[in-house]
Design a protein around this ligand. Structure first.
Ligand code: NAD
Ligand code: IPM
Ligand code: MN
Length: 368
């Protein structure tokens, strides 16, 4: 078996805690002869600032570029609140996304059967929920220039962020969304604000044009504010939801609470497919470093473990192993394994490591 080269970037806060559980799963997959990985570790975010003075070294970026896939925990935290904006922990993650060209961020929001009552919404609204948010990840207001704070003649300040999208950037993310919809229920909703933003006007126009190549897929345009409301009102109306970088960030946190917790949402950040059929990829939970619970064995590792399942599927063509791991997560939850964030009030919860063990036990049970 050729070992896949995986770079692990645990990061800050709960990042290393949840990454530790992924390492347990990786160890089990190797021992069971399902997949072997050659893992390397490096620093990103605050931990890299502490060691090197920058949130991502050129050497770590080069390692990420050379790896078959990257797994990232989370970055950021109050310890680095006062570092210069240019070298804040989040800048390390943004550089990885931009420099590796990871424009397509897939954020599946699935309500596991055992968690229908853990959702912030009523059971009947979320039972069977399976949404795929397709977030554009290397454009928009995150990277548009100018981005600055200047001082006006009267001494007050003026802050500018710039939302920019080009036809090509919208086309390629629209293709990702329509291609995914073909393999799912054949429905795409595209969220923007063409009623206010020029980038929204272009977004809607380009998505409509690309849709002409996918007559078998149904397309609906929705204003992003209405979309946020609809996600809470009747979330199952959506299948694939494509949107820009900032709306995608916000809407995916909303979608997380439909599934029970932010600690449940994995993600895949993918680049373009090259001539050899491979693509750069980084897998990370949707959640952050959760400073409020870091270091206490409280964090839910399922978003991080689910991100490994996405790596198996999207980077390594190991669909069966991915299904096995997703199945083990389903089983662990069905067997009653709960971290604090998804446990019913007053019930006993497992710690981060306990949940990792529950997933490994479910994997063992599945392969007999
Ligand atoms: P957060 O996602 O870290 O936490 C929000 C809330 O969700 C907290 O109450 C936290 O305890 C809870 N939570 C998050 N993940 C959880 C898990 N796995 N299990 C149980 N509960 C979980 O968002 P925040 O507090 O707004 O941000 C904290 C830091 O993380 C900031 O510096 C932010 O920039 C950074 N951040 C990083 C990433 C990333 O690395 N991809 C993503 C989001 C936020
Ligand atoms: C996310 C995070 C990041 C984002 C931050 C940490 C840069 O919130 O991945 O959802 O805004 O994209
Ligand atoms: Mn976010």
């Amino acid at each position: 078996m050729t070992p896949y080269k995986l770079l692990l970037l645990p990061g800050d806060g709960i990042g290393p805690e949840v990454m530790g559980q992924v390492e347990k799963v990786i160890g089990f997959l190797a021992q069971a002869g399902i997949a072997t990985f050659e893992t390397e570790h490096d620093l990103v975010g605050g931990s890299a600032i502490d060691a090197h003075g920058v949130p991502l070294t050129d050497a770590a970026l080069a390692r990420a570029d050379a790896a078959d896939a990257v797994l990232l925990g989370a970055v950021g935290g109050p310890k680095w609140a006062d570092v210069a904006y240019e070298i804040r922990p989040e800048a390390g993650l943004l550089r990885l996304r931009k420099d590796l060209g990871l424009f397509a961020n897939l954020r599946p929001a699935i309500c596991y059967p055992a968690l229908a009552d853990a959702s912030a919404l009523k059971r009947e609204l979320v039972e069977g929920l399976d949404i795929m948010i397709v977030r554009e990840l290397t454009g928009g207001v995150y990277f548009g220039e100018p981005k600055e704070i200047t001082t006006l003649p009267d001494g007050t300040k003026r802050a500018v962020d710039t939302q920019v999208y080009t036809t090509g950037e919208i086309e390629r993310i629209a293709h990702v969304a329509f291609d995914l919809a073909r393999k799912r229920s054949g429905r795409v909703a595209s969220a923007e604000k063409h009623n206010v933003m020029k980038s929204g006007v272009l977004w809607k126009e380009v998505v409509t044009r690309v849709h002409a190549e996918y007559t078998d897929v149904a397309l609906e345009h929705v204003l992003a504010d209405n979309c946020a409301m609809q996600l809470v009102r009747r979330p199952k109306q959506y299948d694939v939801l494509v949107t820009d970088n900032l709306f995608g960030d916000v809407l995916s946190d909303v979608a997380a609470m439909l599934t029970g917790s932010l600690g449940m949402l994995p993600s895949a950040s993918l680049g373009a497919v090259d001539a050899k059929g491979s693509r750069k990829a980084l897998y990370e939970p949707v959640h952050g470093s959760a400073p409020d619970i870091a270091g206490r064995d409280f964090a839910n590792p399922l978003a991080m473990i689910g991100s490994l399942a996405m790596a198996l599927r999207y980077s390594f063509g190991l669909g069966e192993a991915a299904n096995l791991l997703d199945g083990a997560i389903t089983d662990a939850l069905a067997n009653g394994a709960r971290t604090r964030d998804i446990a019913a009030e007053g019930t006993q919860a497992l710690g981060t490591a306990g949940m990792g063990d529950a997933v490994v036990a479910a994997l063992k049970a599945r392969i007999g």
